[in-house]
Design a protein around this ligand. Structure first.
Ligand code: PRX
Length: 622
């Protein structure tokens, strides 16, 4: 372990960590039962893990609970009642709101009362399309409190993307804002919702939170200002926390897969609650005096698990910042860490790399001594970025928890613990109770140091239960390549010390700045432009974003390639899918390499772009 970084012994003993790992490996189900017993349940479970119908695993069957009871209600009777649950700062740096567990409860009750009065109840779907403001947390918790199912959509997605997701989820209610602040400019959320639900067969009401204050169109029958609703008597008082089954759905979250249609990942109350509570507690060593900052947006799973649910389940103080890292200056985050005394800071490699480019002087202007732990998620962190984060931000004192997981897994699957020696660029070891295999195409384990398909062996409580309305796609996507084992879609290798090194996706998913995009989604947005006849999208390595999109476009008759047209197509993607999906490069081409059955051979495009061997071309059409 010459290449390892050894943490300070105050983070605990590595031997104890390994002993717990061994105990959990011997009895994973028992490990999870013990963790679940640390939380409160209205009725106990009959069975911890029901594996009678794989891969449809169930956890804590027979139990009644509600994640909100453990996030808020139980704290009101204990020492955390007046502790800060949330500190929020607006993009301008001066808007500032704080909520104790007591006042968070009041806000969530108010939101729950209001949405209940709109006829939302157990099992109903609610779409949340909000900026990073406290109301996004209230809305998620209010839905959960009622047993309703939230579907949060990142407030950067287009009207078309909203339509697809709202229609698929059959949401009755949409909760949005007039707008959001993006680098000092207004992004018109309400206008996008109006366009997105114009023909919606299911949406009955829209609740609009006032954030930016510009004039927006309000439909007299459908749209309601949130502040008008909370002024009504119906908003007052407590709203009962619904007793739900452990296996009742908590949320669906759309994510990209290898087809154009996004996958609706379904998570449930009981298992997800136990999983996010436990992983945050052990991996980030949550302590009472901590101020925990997860920079992710609640529109992604990281925001769900580790900005909203995980911290509250642990009675922690979460910090939420509306803005990004470089507006107005590249010291914004460091300034906030100093000012609010952030102790644990969890972010993404792409942000670290982009801030690194501005040099050490920006962070060095700030006192970052409150930090004690750092974290990384979303894509592999290259050793240079790891070292910079460790040295310049963590001053060599703060262990970095590189956590590997997915929207599907709901919680960390591979990550270090703070007591463990760390290897820059490795996500460490499987979390307690998990076992990982690295397999070749035929399902045989590869040798240490060799690359193969990353597979999870053990069911775990926070794992997706299925794809909403699509059990078949669930089975085919994750459980059919190696029956009985979960195919993650990533490639990885294990070293001789048992540390795992995740390399990247093996399917048609591209991680751009840590955001997950499907090539098919990007391609279908490309061909929706009138000039585009056919298109292919691939990801190419990029210094800051990890990967950037390179699009190949075949034009329709009558259109000529030009710089202006390329720019127009890029803008089209931004408006019709999301600014995140905007290609960095557009190449006009006469023809795309295809198989004889007409499938685009993206692998060939990628090899060509990288100047690599194009591999086996026998299936190429011509
Ligand atoms: O490729 C892996 C990468 O992100 C994918 C999951 O994306 P998503 O569902 O959007 O969830 C991201 C946040 C949990 C994985 O299949 N990934 C995530 N974390 C890491 C990572 N790759 C390497 N190292 C990580 N720590």
């Amino acid at each position: 372990m010459d290449d390892a970084v050894y943490p300070d012994p105050s983070f605990g003993s590595a031997e104890e960590t390994e002993a717990l790992r061994a105990a959990a490996a011997a009895d994973p189900v028992g490990f999870w039962a013990d963790r679940a017993a640390e939380l409160e349940w209205f009725e106990p479970w009959d069975k911890v893990l029901d594996d009678s119908n794989p891969p449809f695993y169930k956890w804590f069957t027979g139990a009644k609970t509600n994640i909100v009871h453990n996030c808020i209600d139980r704290h009101l009777a204990g020492p955390y009642k007046n502790k800060l649950a949330l500190i929020w700062v607006g993009e301008n740096g001066t808007d500032y709101r704080t909520f104790s567990y007591f006042s968070l409860d009041r806000e969530v009750n108010q939101m729950a009362n209001v949405i209940k009065a709109m006829g939302v109840g157990k099992g109903d779907k609610v779409t949340i399309y909000l900026p990073r403001i406290p109301e996004v947390m209230f809305a998620m918790l209010a839905c959960a409190k009622l047993g309703a199912v939230h579907s949060v959509i990142f407030a950067g997605f287009s009207a078309d993307a909203l339509t697809d997701r709202i229609d698929d989820s059959e949401s009755k209610l949409v909760i949005t804002a007039d707008g959001s602040w993006v680098n000092g400019e207004i992004f018109p959320l309400k206008d996008i919702v109006d366009a997105g639900i114009r023909f919606s067969p299911t949406v009955e009401n829209v609740i609009v939170v006032k954030r930016t204050g510009q004039d927006v169109h309000m439909d007299a029958l459908r749209d309601h200002w949130y502040h008008d609703l909370t002024a009504l008597p119906i908003a007052n008082g407590k709203c009962a926390t619904e007793h739900v089954d452990a296996e009742d759905p908590l949320f669906i979250l759309y994510t990209s897969g290898s087809t154009g249609k996004p996958k609706a990942i379904l998570h449930t109350h009981g298992g997800y609650m136990v999983g996010t509570y436990t992983t945050l507690k052990y991996t980030f060593d949550i302590r009472d005096e901590d101020r925990w900052w997860c920079t992710a947006d609640p529109g992604w799973v990281t925001g769900h698990s580790y900005l909203v649910y995980g911290p509250l389940l642990n009675g922690a103080t979460a910090f939420m910042f509306e803005g990004g890292p470089t507006y107005p200056y590249p010291n914004r985050w460091w300034q906030l860490i100093e000012y609010y005394g952030i102790t644990t800071f969890y972010t993404a490699p792409t942000a670290i790399r982009s801030l690194m480019r501005f040099g050490d002087a920006w962070p060095n202007r700030h006192d970052l001594s409150s930090l004690r732990l750092l974290g990384s998620v979303g894509e592999p962190i290259n050793p240079e970025a790891w070292q910079w984060f460790h040295r310049v931000i963590g001053k060599g004192r703060c262990p970095i928890m590189d956590t590997w997981w997915q929207t599907e897994t709901g919680m960390f699957q591979i990550c270090p613990t703070p007591s463990m020696p760390l290897k820059p660029g490795s996500a460490g070891k499987p979390f307690f109770g998990q076992e990982v295999e690295i397999l070749d195409d035929a399902g045989q384990p590869v040798a240490d140091g060799e690359e193969g398909f990353l597979v999870l062996k053990n069911p775990q409580p926070a794992m997706l239960r299925t794809l909403y309305k699509d059990d078949e796609r669930y089975v085919n996507t994750y459980w059919s390549k190696y029956p009985g084992k979960y195919l993650a879609g990533d490639s990885a290798r294990r070293d001789a010390d048992g540390y795992l090194w995740v390399i990247g996706r093996t399917d048609d998913v591209i991680k751009v700045s840590g955001h997950r995009l499907g090539t098919a989604e990007v391609e279908s947005a490309l061909v929706s432009h009138p000039a585009v006849a056919e298109a292919a999208a691939i990801g190419l390595p990029h210094d800051v974003k990890g990967n950037a999109i390179h699009a190949y476009v075949v034009l329709r008759m009558g259109y000529e390639p030009s710089q202006q047209l390329a720019e127009e197509i890029r803008k089209h993607i931004s408006v019709h899918l999301s600014p995140i999906a905007k290609p960095d490069w557009i190449d006009f081409t006469e023809k795309l390499p295809k198989t004889r059955s007409g499938k685009i051979m993206r692998r060939v495009l990628k090899a060509r772009a990288l100047g690599q061997d194009e591999g086996d071309l026998t299936t190429l059409e011509d």
